[in-house]
Write a protein that binds this ligand. Structure first.
Ligand code: SAM
Ligand code: TMP
Ligand code: ZN
Length: 412
């Protein structure tokens, strides 16, 4: 089967040879929560990740059809996190103050979800358009007054939008470009849509942070690419763009915001060369470094399973907190089911009452967390740790402890 360590596939960006360095096993669609009574077979794929020997792009070895992931019932809501809502409001405000100050400015967002960013743009009365193929979340954005095309962004849909709306000053995407295997089509689409002096800005999980934190659960079906400055620069170069700025972001466990402009249109910021140099000195794309990450991943799995097994033996109660997409990778790779984690609390209405993909752990509203508090809460949304721990302060006061597995298994 494709995807075992050492197997090779063709690079989705440049056609080079991608060699798998980590095999996370058979995995379900990460956000396909299901009815507990549903006995129909689940879709599984092989989750292995490799690096291209030519352009260094880190990518999955198997592509999952986009309609399997992004459809009417896609449950993820960007506005579910207060911290992320603040983050996207700040993104919009910064665009309004910088790139969108000309006459009749226009901004396009790829993967606008429930309109968390574009709402602020709309309130400012600035022309905008979101691309959002997942029906329910697109509807939530429309309900907030945001203009949305219910389509996948790609070359053809972008060209149609360009024809209808004219050139965009900014094309923006958060946590979406890395979800799209057809990056070639996306970059051609941006080429069709972007004004000559415009920018394409996107932010996604950063390879450097994933490796530093051994955050292997950042690898799942939707995260097809794991970008670095080096691989993004190579992709930009292939399609007539230039990487002109990079910014490290603390959100979602460590991201980078990349700014692309048409080649030669803007002078690259010093941060680009600095990050490229940092990646070089860390050996971020060295095979040995990637294999070291794979070794640490196996260690985290073994330690976490040993810890949960010991807690069960001692009669301690463990509950999961936040049924993230990331948790699908963790649970299925570690083979953790309801025997070790009887249920997971999550605020997302569309997940509650269902069971997790693959391991079939029930998802319940957060209200059930305190009835009574467990001894340990396994925190799957470690990227929202601050927000969740401050909301659940009472849990620790009652003697409960958070069980974490990033960057290593530990209790707080
Ligand atoms: N931007 C939001 C954020 O950061 O919270 C949403 C991120 S969510 C993980 C990814 C979103 O991208 C989903 O709402 C999905 O439907 C959408 N998406 C996936 N492929 C897309 C494509 N080709 N064009 C536009 N949106 C896409
Ligand atoms: P994410 O890590 O992909 O952003 O997913 C976050 C998940 O965590 C989502 O299912 C909602 C859930 N969540 C809670 O249950 N409580 C919270 O306070 C927060 C911020 C998120
Ligand atoms: Zn390549």
């Amino acid at each position: 089967m494709i995807g075992h360590v050492g197997d090779t596939v063709a690079c989705r960006v440049c056609g080079g040879v991608v060699e798998a360095f980590l095999d996370l096993g058979a995995q379900p669609i990460s956000q396909r929560f299901r009815d507990p009574a549903d006995g129909s077979p689940e879709v599984f794929f092989r989750l292995a990740v490799g690096q291209c020997g030519s352009c260094t792009m880190v990518q999955l070895c198997q592509e999952i059809p986009r309609e399997e992931m992004f459809h009417e019932g896609y449950p993820f809501r960007s506005s579910g996190s207060r911290a992320m809502t603040g983050h996207f409001t700040a993104v919009a405000e910064r665009f309004l103050e910088t790139e969108l100050t000309g006459p009749d400015p226009f901004v396009v967002e790829i993967g606008c979800n429930d309109g968390v960013m574009l709402r602020t743009i709309r309130r400012a009365g600035v022309r905008h358009l979101g691309f959002e193929p997942s029906g329910d979340v697109a509807e939530a954005a429309r309900a907030a007054g945001v203009r949305v095309r219910g389509e996948f962004f790609e070359e053809a849909t972008a060209a149609r939008a360009a024809e209808a709306e004219g050139p965009a000053d900014v094309v923006y995407a958060a946590n979406t470009v890395c979800h799209i295997p057809y990056l070639d089509s996306v970059l051609r689409g941006v080429d069709a849509l972007l004004a000559p002096g415009g920018v394409f800005v996107f932010e996604d999980p950063y390879l450097g942070d994933v490796l530093a934190r051994t955050a292997f659960d950042q690898i799942y079906d939707e995260h097809f690419y794991l970008f670095s400055a080096r691989s993004v620069r190579a992709a930009a170069d292939r399609f007539g763009f230039e990487l002109v700025d990079v910014e490290r972001l603390p959100v979602h466990g460590g991201q980078v915001r990349y700014t692309l402009a048409r080649a030669g249109a803007r002078r690259p910021a010093a941060a680009v060369a600095e990050l490229l140099e940092e990646e070089r000195s860390r050996g971020l794309t060295d095979e040995a470094v990637l294999r070291g990450f794979a070794t640490r991943t196996a260690r985290v799995r073994d330690e976490l399973v040993a810890m949960l097994t010991a807690l069960r033996r001692d009669g301690s109660r463990v509950v999961g907190y936040a049924a993230t997409a990331k948790s699908a990778t963790l649970l299925n790779f570690c083979d953790i089911g309801p025997d070790l984690v009887p249920f997971i609390c999550d605020t997302t209405p569309a997940k509650q009452g269902l069971v997790t993909p693959g391991k079939h752990i029930p998802v319940r509203p957060p209200g059930e967390f305190a009835r009574p508090y467990p001894d340990y809460a396994l925190l799957f949304a470690w990227n929202h740790a601050e927000e969740i721990m401050s909301k659940e302060r009472e849990f620790r006061r009652a003697g409960g402890r958070w069980l974490m597995y990033v960057p290593r298994v530990h209790v707080v």
